[in-house]
Ligand binder design. Structure first.
Ligand SMILES: [Fe+2]
Ligand SMILES: [Fe+2]
Length: 190
């Protein structure tokens, strides 16, 4: 991995120890590398964006998290708050390591709308959005989500199944999600 990504990862760590965001970010980053291989895109934009995209959750009180995201979310402005704070934190981190300024602007724009903006602005944006959501189809993501949403495994599978066609932008991500869904559905030990 490019050593500058290690620096970004290191500086993001203090902001990721909430909401299982440390494991989410690690898994979504490795998915982003796979999507970059298959779909193209610029890793100098995509990798910092995915590493930093959820740092803003650190500034949303944990007791409000379940009002902000997931099937029972009632306060979407709290979700917006994690994007805005994430942009602030990412800007500080990227400035600290003197990351390329035009690239920083693109990274911040992606973070700013990673949940709230439904139409992607670039291929890089699509890859970040897809890597973020593909996590929900991984074994860790699935088990964490059904527990925090109070779902049965069957309900969790149904949530993933019903969103399969709407959540993803790249062909590679759609295919990966479908494959992971089959694996989740046939898993014996959760
Ligand atoms: Fe997010
Ligand atoms: Fe995320």
């Amino acid at each position: 991995m490019n050593p500058i990504f290690d620096k970004i990862l290191h500086l993001s760590k203090p902001f990721l120890n909430t909401r299982h965001n440390d494991v989410h970010t690690a898994i979504s980053t490795s998915i982003a590398f796979k999507l970059l291989e298959e779909e193209g895109g610029d890793e100098d934009i995509v990798i910092p964006a995915i590493m930093l995209h959820d740092t803003g959750w650190k500034r949303v009180p944990p007791e409000l998290h379940l009002k902000a995201f997931g099937p029972g979310a009632t306060e979407p402005e709290l979700n917006r708050h994690h994007e805005v704070e994430g942009v602030r934190i990412a800007r500080e981190i990227l400035r600290k390591i003197k990351y390329d300024a035009p690239k920083t602007d693109q990274i911040l724009e992606i973070i700013d709308g990673h949940d709230s903006r439904t139409t992607p602005i670039s291929l890089n944006d699509m890859i970040v959005k897809d890597a973020d959501k593909l996590w929900r189809y991984t074994r860790s993501g699935f088990n964490i989500d059904i527990e925090r949403f109070g779902e049965s495994p069957g309900e969790g599978l149904e949530r993933l199944r019903s969103n399969l066609s709407g959540w993803f932008f790249t062909g590679t991500a759609k295919q990966m999600a479908a494959e992971k869904l089959i694996r989740r559905a046939t898993e014996k030990n959760r």
